[in-house]
Ligand binder design. Structure first.
Ligand SMILES: [Zn+2]
Length: 133
């Protein structure tokens, strides 16, 4: 089985975007349908009631559970809140309920961008940038 999530972490060129997005969507939809066909509603008391993959799915269970969760997330998520990280060689997708988040992680991509901007400023100012602040 191909990895349906691998296509969700790419950063396509603008010309490539529609085709790859459709392929990624279809990959998740196919896996989501397979997972839904094996989902059972747990009889636990609320809030433990939930759809999950039957234990008899065996070794497929973790993949089906992930596909079920991914399909569920796509079905109930406002896609305007899904952003792709602009970090160099990143492209991770994340949910941005605030509408203000830019990076997948400030600790990784955000800090790399800050360091790159800082180095750029030092280079263009000939290393005479004022210290402090
Ligand atoms: Zn990132």
């Amino acid at each position: 089985m191909s990895d349906p999530m691998s296509d969700l972490t790419f950063r396509p060129s603008p010309a490539d975007r529609p085709r790859r997005t459709d392929a990624a969507w279809e990959a998740v939809a196919v896996e989501g349908r397979a997972a839904a066909s094996q989902a059972v509603l747990s009889r636990a008391d609320a809030p433990g009631r939930r759809w999950s993959i039957a234990p008899d799915a065996g070794l497929e269970r973790p993949v089906l559970e992930l596909a079920r969760e991914a399909a569920d997330l796509l079905a109930r998520t406002d896609m305007r809140r899904v952003k792709a990280c602009p970090g160099s060689h990143c492209g991770w997708l994340f949910l941005d309920p605030s509408g203000r988040r830019r990076w997948c992680s400030m600790k990784v991509c955000g800090n790399r961008a800050k360091a790159r901007r800082h180095a750029e400023r030092r280079r263009t100012s000939g290393g005479s940038e004022r210290r402090g602040g």
